[in-house]
Design a protein around this ligand. Sequence first.
Ligand code: ZN
Length: 315
Amino acid sequence: MSEQHSDWMAEARALIGHEYGRIYAWDAVNQPMIRQWCEALGVSNPLYLDGERARARFGAHVAPPTMLQAWVLAGIKGEFPAGSATDNPYEVLQIIERNGYASVVAVNSEQEYFRYLREGDRLSFTSQIESVSEEKTTGLGTGFFVTQLLNFFDQDDNKVGQMRFRLFKFRPAAVREKPALPARPQPGVSDENRFFWDGLKAKKLLIQRCSACGTLRNPPGPACPSCHSLASDHVEASGKGTIYSYSVVHHPALPDMPQPNPVGLIELEEGVRLVAGLVGVATDNIRIGAPVALEFLDCANDLVLPVFRPLGGAA
Ligand code: ZN
């Protein structure tokens, strides 16, 4: 144990092995509860559902072993029958919680069965804290694994089963500040279009311009379609445009993509067109000619994509 926990952790560990209980079952093992439990869990084994078969083998109706804990659960009001102990078996969790480990998660549960439970058996149980781990750090946070051992007895005080229940009592790891960014496919970046993708990272939508005749073109390419000049620079688009056409992609559904995925062919006010995602609009409300405004979508791996938001109604 680390030094800083030594005082209160010693108090917690002093409770290891202390026996809590005993808690009594509300009802004896009975056939109606067995039948309902089997129905709820989809168990069709005739051993539990056919009384004659069970009596031939065991001399009595028997319960599925995994019902063990069901027989001793508190009622819906959280109460146990008269005569049950009222001590608190979770003292150790309260000590850990008081010292800054407020969260809890169930980790695993293991049951062992020593004999079939028969109709008429009346169960009771006791519990104890079996172990408290060293401080551990997991993906959830930092804290302690606490193992509780429940011992189940019949009316003659014979042990019929036991259950280990393990919890992790922890202080949550710091929550990530920003939600995960969508991991969109990466574009093919070449010397011809690098300015376009770099521009998006700087939150600018850049349009290639022929240095010879001034014609704008998109997508980027090596030569001017008007004058065939290979010289070019670029200008920044205003971000205003209209929906020239669009499509709504329903299939395939892709991770990190909207589903369905509306994609617009945007006519920018500079006169060139651009394929880009549409955001902030129900797919039924997309209208050709509607004015749109540019936004930038931050994606994983430093990718920034241009997307367009329709501005209130069709043009
Ligand atoms: Zn040109």
